[in-house]
Design a protein around this ligand. Structure first.
Ligand code: FES
Ligand SMILES: [Fe+2]
Length: 418
């Protein structure tokens, strides 16, 4: 299934020396080499090593509704996602088993058959070839339809998100997500409904967008308004075993700008979830902000080394899904304001990395530890030949629990005793 690299090209990042600053312990670590953000060859390798082996977010789970067929890109591949007659998710490479034609170029409704536009071969929603015009009228040897099902791709939903994975050897999604499933269980995210979405083109590498989301070092200067409700001192690490980097803000309430809390909270949250924000970057490409009353998702699709498509989706809990547009608007506007500030700074980051390309400096431990973890995962995926050699990070160092919080969903009371 994987597209293998061709040629003899042997770039620096196949060498451990390229990752020395990333592999160093946190307190002596540095950021990534600028080439990781700007080099077209790095980008191509990353598509193959990371995006064609990871569980990649390909949308919102609710998009994959019965009767709907989705067309999504994963690495250099195009895939189709549908639900079969039993409502189960199915994924396929978007290529006909006759002569390879692209089957669909955009999302659409399908009743029961996927059809190739070229010679009208038809496939069931499970990918089985069920019709091939004239193939029965004109006998030929060795044509068993069972041999020509669509090539399947793993697709799974978790919470509000839809994931796909091209590599059969990658661990199951539940292992990829690790304890995040436990941490998020109280929100019952399966029931949350998408309210609004929009796409943005950002002139920056996808990793810059993710890394910016992961650290709150920049909060005071880039988001002076957000800093009033998401105070630096209220941020804690939020990372157990799993392919994710995260922080939590607790309490998330504010006294000066509280418009992201204007909607009512979801029913049934425990005392920690009810007052916290969970900010999680699931490796590689989805950024999840879970608040008591809404979820804001940013899905990152790399377009080129310096361009990323960001799809933003706001979701509301089942108990608050009928909020009026007027009630929802402050939440939408809040995120657009914050996101615009982030986009300005990451685009500036991309320009500096492209035109300056100076060696990376030190990561600041308290604030940038998630980047160290993220870049460590990246280093593994870029250098390991097989997914069994890629390490799923463990939980945070418990020796810092008293100061930073390391339990699953630390309670506000525990946090206050820091
Ligand atoms: S290529 Fe699809 S039916 Fe011929
Ligand atoms: Fe930010």
């Amino acid at each position: 299934m994987r597209i293998e690299a061709t040629g003899e090209f042997s770039p620096a990042w196949r060498d451990d020396a390229f990752w020395a600053g990333t592999r160093a312990p946190l307190r002596s670590s540095t950021g990534l080499n600028p080439a990781a953000y700007t080099d077209p060859n790095f980008f191509d390798d990353e598509q193959m090593q990371v995006f064609e082996r990871a569980w990649v977010c390909v949308g919102i789970a609710a998009d994959a509704s019965p009767g709907r067929m989705l067309v999504r890109s994963v690495g250099r591949r195009s895939i189709l996602i549908t639900r079969n007659a039993n409502g189960e998710l199915r994924g396929f490479l978007n290529s006909c088993r006759h002569r390879g034609t692209e089957l669909y170029d955009s999302d659409c409704d399908v009743a029961s058959t996927l059809r190739c536009p070229y010679h009208r071969w038809g496939y069931t929603l499970d990918g089985a070839l069920k019709s091939a015009p004239h193939a029965d009228d004109i006998p030929r040897d060795a044509f068993d339809r069972a041999d020509f099902s669509l090539a399947s791709v793993r697709v799974e939903a978790w919470g509000v998100l839809l994931f796909a994975c091209l590599d059969e050897s990658t661990p199951p999604l539940r292992e990829w997500l690790g304890d995040l499933q436990t941490r998020m269980a109280g929100y019952e995210l399966d029931d949350w409904q998408p309210r609004h979405s929009q796409e943005l083109d950002i002139d920056a590498n996808w990793k810059l967008v993710s890394e910016n989301f992961q650290e709150y070092y920049h909060l005071t200067w880039v988001h002076p308004e957000l800093a009033k409700v998401s105070r630096v001192d209220d941020h804690y690490r939020y990372q157990g075993a799993g392919m994710y980097c995260g922080q939590t803000t607790t309490p998330v309430s504010g006294d000066e700008r509280d418009d992201w809390l204007s909607l009512p909270p979801a029913d049934g949250l425990d005392e920690s979830d009810a007052v916290s924000g969970r900010f999680v970057a699931i490796f590689p490409n989805v950024l999840l902000s879970v608040l008591p009353n809404h979820v804001f998702v940013m899905q990152l699709d790399p377009v080129s080394p310096g361009v990323t498509k960001e799809t933003c989706t706001w979701l509301l809990p089942k108990s608050g899904a009928d909020a009026s547009d007027e009630a929802f608007e402050p939440t939408r506007t809040f995120w657009l304001d914050v996101n615009n500030e982030d986009i300005d700074i990451v685009q500036r980051g991309q320009r500096g990395l492209t035109r300056g390309a100076v060696p990376a400096g030190p990561l600041i431990p308290r604030f940038e530890e998630p980047l160290h973890r993220f870049q460590g995962i990246l280093a593994d995926m870029m250098t390991k030949a097989t997914m069994s050699d890629v390490v799923i990070p463990g939980g945070d160092d418990s020796s810092e629990a008293a100061r930073l919080g390391a339990g699953t969903n630390p309670s506000p009371a525990a946090v206050d005793s820091r």
